[in-house]
Structure formats: C-alpha cells, structure tokens
Ligand binder design. Sequence first.
Ligand SMILES: [Zn+2]
Length: 412
Amino acid sequence: MPSEGLRKTVAAVVCVAVCGFLAAAVTANDLATRAKKLHFSCIVVDTHDDTTQRFLDGKFDLGPRNSAGSIDIPRMREGGLGAIFFSIWMPSKITGPEAVDRALVQIDAIREQVRKHPADLMLATTAAEVREAHKQGKIAALMGVEGGHMINSSLPVLRTYAALGVRYMTLTHSGNDEWADSSTDKPVHNGLTEFGKDVVREMNRLGMMVDISHVSDKTFYDALEVSKAPLLASHSSCRAICDAPRNMTDQMMKDLAAKGGVIQINYHVGFLSQEFRNAEKSNPELEKAIADEVRNRCGESEGCQLIEGDRITREYVEKGQLPRVSFEKIIEHIDHAVKVAGIEHVGLGSDFDGANMPYGMEDATKLPAVTEALLQKGYSEGDVRKILGENTLRLMADVQRVSHELNAAAPK
Ligand SMILES: [Zn+2]
C-alpha cells in the first residue's frame, strides 16, 4: 500500500498532467471554433485554379463531389471558397489562331459550367459582383488567361477576351511569347517589347489585371513601369524561401507592393520547399519516370495529366523518394510575404488541379486550415480577412477604377 503522502503526490501529478492537457485541448478547440467562424464569414478568393482543363474532355462536371482533383462545388462549399479564378491555359508552344480557338473553347467551357449550376455559381467580373455572389450564397466564378501567347499578338483578340469576362492575363507562361520573356525560358526580348508595353496599356484600359506570375524579372519591372494600375501575381511564392525563378524576390515583392499590387501565394510543393526542389533537381530520372507514367495513364489529355501528375508525385513521396511537404509551408510563405510586402499585399493563388499539393492542402475542403494556422500565429481577424480575399478584391476595384479613368480620358 502506498503511503498517504505518496498517494497525494501521485494524485497531484496526475491532476497537473490531465488538467494541463484538458486546458490545452480547450484552447485548441476554441481556436478551431474561432477560425471556422471567421473563415466562413470571409470572402475567400483563389486567383489561380487549373480545373478548366478537366472540363475539356466533356466528362468532368463541377456539380458532384469528385474523388480526384481538388475542386468541385461540394468541396468548394465545404472549404468556404467564395471566389475562384478559372485559368484558361495551354502550353506556350501552341500559338497563332489555334491558341485563340482553344482559348475560346475554354472560356465557353467555364461559362457553360456556370450556366449549368445557377444555384451555386455566378459569373463575376468585378469585386462588386464577387460580393453580390457571396451575398446570394453563391460561389463567384472568374476567368484569367494564363499566357500572352493566346492573344496571337492581337489587341482585338485581347479585347474580345475582356468582353467575354476575362479579368486577368498572365503575360507569359513557361515559354517566351512573341512580346514578353518568361522566367523559365532564355530571354530574347529583354523583358517586354514595344508591343508588349501596348498590351499592358490596353489591359489597363480594359480593366484586366496585369498578371506577372511566370514572367522574367525584367518583364516584371517593365510591366511595373508601364502599368497605370497595380499588378497581380496570381500564383507565385517567395524566392527567399524556395529559389525557383517562378517565385518573387523580396525586392520584387516590395516594388510590387509599393505600387499597390498583390502576391497570391502558390501551393505547389516545388515552389514552396527548397528541399523538395533540390530533391527533384538532383534526380532527373525520377522526374522523367513521373512524366512517363503520366503519359501512360493519360495520353494527350491535359486535364488528366495535371491530376495524375499530382497523384503520382504523391506516390513517390509515400515511397520516400521525394520529401514530404506540409501545408504549413504555405503559411511560412504568407508570413514572409506579409513581413516583406505588407499585410495589404498578400493573398491566395492555389494552382489547384495544376500542380503538386502539400500534405494537408489536398483540396478545397482544407482551406479553413489556413485561417486556423494564421490565427495561431497571432494574426488578427482583420488581417486574416485581408489575406483570404479582401486584398484581392481591393486590387480588382483599383484596377477597375484606373480603367474608368483611362476611358474617361480617352478621345471619343
Ligand atoms: Zn502557372
């Protein structure tokens, strides 16, 4: 039999352990409740999503819950995603009239999804329309063209996209186009050509956001100088944390912010984690094996390729052949960008259905984790609200205001 004193000591120790655990559990629970409440009261905006590719094979629909990919209506609702920019994308090597045709088909496919789901989706082209969709309990669907190669060097084509509702254009994709250099190609234009600068001016007038994700550093600075409206980086992360040419340096983020722009953090593991990037780079055979496997499973279907690329990469992570990246890396990039560029200049640009997602951010249902992690880090509710969407909505309104001013000043 233990002595009375010993029993009391044991009881005290047990109480401290259990009570401490309970207190921690209650605090964690409080935070989760607070985060959930905050998250679902915000307009959460995602400025880059590649699901459009899946619409093209004619079988995929946003209506039912899907087990593959990251985006559909039920999962957007579950994750509290309020506005999503669907990307109009094709590889940079597709140019000329074919690129225009294919872009128009994608714009139509997005508009058709909206038409088929009127109770859930609303096409939006302005911040006010996004707010209206939110008020009506609908998800705002927006459009962005990802690559200047799709205008076939034609301002009339650019204007047509704007008229159909496209509200940003990424000046290049992975390859240079006819008038701008990409960050992942050999420079040939020294940034923007004279025509490239005209494209930026016309985008300003049309109220299309000038998107500098994917472009070379020189193209970014040319666009920053020419543009009368603040710029968008629709899906880029921080080069100081992960040294990818697609990411922005601290100086670029400061300069973007000084002119009112917003950087939307990309969730792709190869842009979030230096460790992942190094592992990929040091093992080109692995990259080739993944590419071969993707082709085996998908043939030429780009929608399938994007989804399977993510799935197969995850299989290599599970086998221990690539490092595991957690969604907390997204928070690290957000926090860094806020410290460098300021709280008004950071948002979210997932790259869902077009990239390799980290653990804990597999699909749109996981978005409340961002809110919880930011609160946990000490961000105020107002600041979280800005990062989740208000900064992007403010940028959209600023770009629209500049458009109105330019149109008012233009000769009749
Ligand atoms: Zn991209």
